[in-house]
Ligand binder design. Structure first.
Ligand code: F6P
Length: 755
């Protein structure tokens, strides 16, 4: 049944029920009141006649009595009057009344027997009548005086009320039908038809200019979902077109869609599980409500698009203070919040576990151990214990999630989980386990100072694949294995054979999601100028040139060195005083650790010192923004900055460099990049610097600003080509290809070495 019919039928039914119930009540009430009124009149008349009649009866004045009963006949509704003797025979009777009355008069008999008034509604020969009887006394006998009224009008008036009710219901039905049809048409059918037309145009690939979508509250959830669907369709279509274009151009660009199809083909039914310490979305309380935040993490930046494309489950530490409130009874939730694509399983850590495993072993031990940044690693037995405990806690959660999944693929992330691969492989030998080490791997001597190096290496070799960003980290790792463990290294194919288990060791330079912007618009310069103006206004600075630095506040990022580079640049090139400002975005990180607190203090001190030296009323050389900024907040700075400074003292990859390049669809801007980053191997058109060399850094800043715009554009264009080609989807595809190779390896091993 159509919606409008359903609506009309329900409304009409409701109105009819209410009207009929109301009419019934009204009929009964009016009927009662009319009967009471009739009875009251009859009684009044009967009682007044009673007084007149009794003396006449006593006198035997038959004629007078007859005159009286005739006088009271046929007046309005009064049908007549009669006097009955003791035997209930009428003595006098209004003419015509006799013909209408039957032989029996129960009300009269009742009064004669009981001696008091009685009344009755009865059916006469032609209609309904009412009789009121009063006793009259004659010769010590009780006789009866009866007053008769026509009562048909009571029923007639009842019927009139019913007729009126039905007329009203009919009118209401018509009105309801008309109004409902109009409402349905205006508020539902028209907006839905508009939306359908819009979807049709979308499906047909026609250009969509500000679709006029329904704004009605009731349709908002639908509008939202349809808009999301349309966005997904557009993205899918754009990817498909891009694919087709690339196939035609024999290009090899990787997109989310291509990765999704590829991983389905390669991994078939295997499900994907990612484990990391940092979660992709955390929920935090902010001003009375719960806010979703994407943490400042290169790992999250890199892995998130992959999970979106390939679905699966991401297992991570629930660190947000509202995380508990946003999971289901299995500690899971679907993310991204506005377009759920995969499952996030949160693992809870006690404060002490977090203190010892994350802050302690991972970040005071392994982090400085692997980064050559001159921070001394601290190893404590209690921290190691907690590290082992937390690794097995994550292993339990992962095994739970993998329950029922055949041949799962596990991608373990980073130095927080060196022991996890072995733990998993022992329980699920069918799982293909890869671990990606996002930070550098030092040389064997440096790694050798870790008291638990053997346990760490054995844990890692539980994996089928160990990935690093660059080849030299792979080499360091293999050499460390060679020096520490009983195993065979197959250098020709970069594999370790430990007790019959093979672990491949490969470089996978991680990257970002490169989104191809539409061809650069000529009015883009104007838009950029405005954006730049509004950013500077917000910062309270007037300047000609902007530099940008975006980092977690970590001592490996070389932020004080960067500031000193700027100081030196202004000393050497005083014409830039008042004309160049570095905006340094710094997200506080690991602030429980003293070394990090000291770093923040040092960064603030250095910024202040340098600013004091050079600043003027509306200008300063360094604007330090010490808080977490999300991607949307950072992007405008990337877009307007004349240069980006990445001066890490040691860095696995450094995705800020690639993000800056990926954002510059205007092909402007210059990148100054530390030679100690993994990214410097790929982005060779950056101005490569040694961040410890302050003079060189100052020179690079000058070079970037003074460079011929054509050269700057050429460099940026080449770097963009690299990032575009080697984007995050390609990284994932390479990783997946290597993981699929593991399957072949397993099969081969079974063939070669039967159990
Ligand atoms: O750079 C190494 C790394 O573990 C990244 O993978 C991650 O993005 C970053 O450190 C963030 O560290 P944390 O999760 O401790 O804030």
């Amino acid at each position: 049944m159509r919606l409008s019919l359903r609506l009309i039928a329900s409304l009409v039914l409701a109105v009819t029920i209410v009207s009929v119930a109301f009419a019934l009540y009204q009929v009964q009430a009016e009927n009662r009141s009319r009967k009471n009124e009739l009875e009251r009149r009859a009684q009044l008349l009967a009682e007044s006649l009673q007084e007149t009649v009794e003396p006449l009866l006593a006198k035997g004045a038959q004629d007078s009595l007859q005159r009286i009963v005739e006088r009271f006949g046929n007046r309005e509704r009064l049908a007549g009057v009669a006097i009955y003797d003791r035997q209930a025979h009428p003595v006098v009777l209004t003419p015509n009344l006799a013909a209408r009355l039957g032989p029996e008069m129960p009300a009269v008999e009742k009064t004669l027997t009981e001696g008091h008034n009685s009344r009755l509604l009865f059916e006469s020969s032609d209609q309904q009548m009412h009789v009121f009887v009063v006793p009259v006394h004659h010769d010590d006998q009780v006789w009866a005086l009866a007053v008769f009224h026509d009562a048909d009008y009571i029923h007639a008036e009842d019927m009139q009320i019913w007729r009126n009710t039905f007329q009203h219901v009919l009118v209401q039905m018509l009105l309801i039908s008309a109004i409902t049809l109009l409402i349905v048409r205006w508020s539902m059918e028209r907006p839905i038809a508009k939306m359908a037309q819009w979807l049709k145009e979308l499906r047909a690939g026609e250009p969509l200019t500000n679709p006029d979508l329904p704004a009605e509250d009731v349709l908002k959830p639908l509008t939202r979902e349809v808009t999301n669907l349309a966005t997904s369709l557009r993205i899918a279509r754009a990817s498909a077109e891009e694919e087709a274009r690339l196939r035609e151009a024999a290009d090899s660009l990787w997109t989310a869609e291509r990765l999704r199809v590829y991983q389905q083909a390669v991994l078939e039914d295997s499900r994907l599980f990612v484990v990391s310490n940092r979660e992709p979305y955390e929920h935090v309380h902010r001003g009375g409500s719960v806010e979703t935040r994407v943490p400042a993490s290169g790992l999250v930046t890199a892995m998130e698009p992959i999970l979106r494309a390939c679905a699966g489950t991401w297992i991570a530490h629930g660190a947000g203070d509202a995380d508990h409130e946003t999971v289901d009874s299995n500690d899971r939730l679907r993310v991204p919040p506005d377009e759920p694509r995969y499952t996030l399983r949160r693992v809870w850590l006690t404060r002490e576990e977090e203190e010892r495993y994350y802050y302690g072993f991972a970040n005071e031990g392994l982090w400085p151990l692997c980064h050559i940044a001159h921070a001394r690693p601290v190893f404590r037995a209690e921290d190691w214990e907690a590290y082992r405990e937390v690794n097995s806690k994550f292993a339990r959660a992962l095994l739970e999630e993998m329950n029922g999944a055949e041949n799962p693929i596990v991608l373990v992330q980073d130095y927080h989980f060196a022991l996890l691969p072995r733990m998993i492989k022992e329980q699920r030998p069918d799982a293909r386990v890869a671990i990606f080490w996002h930070i550098p791997w030092p040389n064997p001597e440096a790694f050798g100072i870790c008291p638990w190096q053997r346990e760490l290496l054995e844990g890692l070799l539980g994996a089928d694949l160990v990935g690093f960003h660059i080849q030299s980290h792979c080499n360091n790792f293999l050499e460390t294995i060679d020096r520490t463990l009983e195993s065979r290294i197959e250098w020709e194919r970069f594999a370790v054979n430990k007790g019959g288990h093979f672990t491949l060791v490969r470089p996978f330079p991680i990257s970002v999601d490169f989104k191809d912007a539409p061809p650069y618009q000529s009015n883009g310069h104007e838009a950029l100028r405005l954006e730049r103006g509004s950013l500077l206004k917000r910062l309270g600075v007037e300047t000609d040139y902007i530099g940008i630095g975006v980092d977690r506040l970590d001592y490996t990022k070389g932020i004080p060195e960067r500031f000193r580079g700027i100081e030196c640049f202004l000393d050497r090139q005083p014409s830039y005083i008042g004309r160049f400002t570095l905006v340094q975005i710094g997200a506080p990180s690991r602030t429980h650790i003293e070394r990090y607190q000291n770093l923040i203090a040092e960064v603030e001190r250095e910024a202040e010192r340098i600013n004091r030296r050079f600043q003027s009323k509306h200008w300063k050389p360094i604007v330090f923004l010490k808080r977490h900024h999300n991607h949307a907040e950072i992007e405008p700075y990337y877009r307007v900055a004349d240069l980006c400074l990445v001066t890490s003292l040691h860095d696995g990859m450094n995705l800020v460099a690639k993000e800056y390049v990926a954002t510059r669809d205007d092909e402007a801007g210059a990148l100054i990049l530390s030679l100690f980053t993994g990214a410097s191997r790929e982005l060779q058109d950056a101005l490569i610097v040694n961040p410890y060399d302050t003079e060189q850094l100052a020179e690079a800043i000058h070079l970037a600003l003074a460079m011929d715009p054509r050269e700057r554009r050429e460099r940026m264009r080449r770097m963009r080509r690299v990032v575009k080609q080697h984007n995050i989807y390609r990284w994932a595809a390479n990783l997946i290809a290597a993981v699929s190779e593991i399957r072949i390896e397993l099969a081969e091993r079974v063939k070669v070495q039967p159990a």
